[in-house]
Ligand binder design. Structure first.
Ligand SMILES: CC(C)(COP(=O)(O)OP(=O)(O)OC[C@H]1O[C@@H](n2cnc3c(N)ncnc32)[C@H](O)[C@@H]1OP(=O)(O)O)[C@@H](O)C(=O)NCCC(=O)NCCS
Length: 324
């Protein structure tokens, strides 16, 4: 895809392959024990929506990043950028980003008009949005609560909850699409016009919703009018420190939150019954409904992303940058 020499090094940017798995994983867990790479790598390199790339320096994989083509091929999400610690600070991640974007443009010439990314809220991100208003636009901001908790403490939390009058349902695909595509539901649940699931932002359209439904577990509570007023999208998978649960929550009725937590955590401990197993719990809520670790009574400590209180969905205008 792209090859160059730099101070005696041979640098190649190319598509990532399933066979690169061990080398990419050997870069280490870059998210403090909650990395998704092991769980996702196969999908990154075989699913037709994803395009993944590596940068090799003298035959060694130095950097990785992926993209996902979404919104009926109208938009692209970028993520997962990581550079091996031995190679950081040499702009290899950026170089790989540019080479891979140019490769994708051959297939989708207009796609980088709608380039979306999510990022942990940080001075770095705030500064680049503030200083480059023509390049970066903030689309959405949501709360993140990152906790580390044992399975036995989760069980204690579940058992300690008072019976609730909130009913949770796992919707059928038809119901999920029918209700979520309604204008009223969208205005209520997705005021920013995006649904972000596992750090990937999607427009609320049928193809994206069908993918989300097929990839995740969905739980919702219906209001008096029969439309959803709280929606939880769950993802549970092993990670370096034990297992990880991501709960993306959307809604207008925060009283549903505790019941949704109980339901989601119950299915997680059913899958990871070892009482000493350590769980990294990441709960994402609408910005007006921040939650704190006081929800749990014991054995809770800050999780790997605890320093991050919110995440940002950002539109990046890449076309001018790629035109140069
Ligand atoms: C951040 C990191 C990828 C920088 O890699 P690098 O090759 O040394 O540096 P580059 O300057 O080429 O930057 C590569 C990308 O990382 C971004 N980046 C650099 N510093 C960053 C920071 N502190 N926070 C978030 N992103 C950062 C750059 O903007 C660039 O992204 P872009 O090409 O989409 O603009 C590398 O230090 C790393 O792997 N860190 C651990 C994983 C991580 O924090 N990833 C970023 C968040 S997903």
């Amino acid at each position: 895809m792209s090859e160059m020499s730099n101070v005696g090094c041979r640098i190649i940017c190319r598509a990532a392959e399933p066979g690169d798995r061990e080398q990419v994983l050997s870069m280490g867990d870059v998210y403090g024990g909650v990395d998704y790479m092991d769980y996702m790598y196969e999908k990154f390199t075989t699913n037709q929506q994803y395009r993944s790339f590596v940068c090799e320096v003298d035959g060694r994989i130095a950097s990785f990043r992926f993209y996902r083509i979404i919104d009926d091929n109208e938009s692209i999400i970028g993520g997962g950028v990581r550079t091996h610690v031995d190679f950081q600070g040499r702009n290899l991640g950026k170089r790989l980003g540019e080479a891979s974007a140019r490769d994708i443009l051959k297939e989708y010439p207009r796609i980088f008009r709608n380039y979306l990314m999510t990022a942990i809220e940080s001075p770095f991100q705030r500064q680049r949005i503030r200083e480059n208003p023509n390049e970066y636009t903030l689309l959405s901001e949501r709360n993140v609560l990152s906790l580390r908790i044992t399975t036995s403490a989760i069980k204690a939390f579940i058992n300690g909850q008072k019976p609730s009058s909130t009913t949770t349902i796992r919707p059928s695909l038809d119901d999920f699409l029918k209700h979520t595509l309604k204008d009223e539901t969208q205005t209520k649940l997705f005021p920013d016009k995006y649904i972000t699931v596992g750090w990937e932002p999607f427009r609320i359209i049928k193809s994206n919703l069908s993918n989300i439904y097929n990839e995740r577990n969905i739980l919702w509570t219906l209001g008096a009018e029969g439309d959803p007023e709280w929606l939880t999208i769950e993802c549970i998978y092993p990670c370096e420190t034990g297992f990880r649960i991501d709960l993306d929550m959307y809604g207008v009725e925060p009283n549903c939150l505790a019941t949704h937590l109980v339901q989601s955590l119950a299915s997680a401990v059913a899958r990871y019954p070892d009482v000493e197993a350590m769980c990294e719990l990441l709960i994402y809520t609408p910005i007006q409904f921040p939650i704190t670790e006081d929800l749990f009574e014991r054995d809770v400590s800050p999780g790997a992303l605890a320093a991050c209180k919110t995440y940002l969905v950002i539109h990046r205008n890449m076309m001018q940058y790629l035109a140069s």
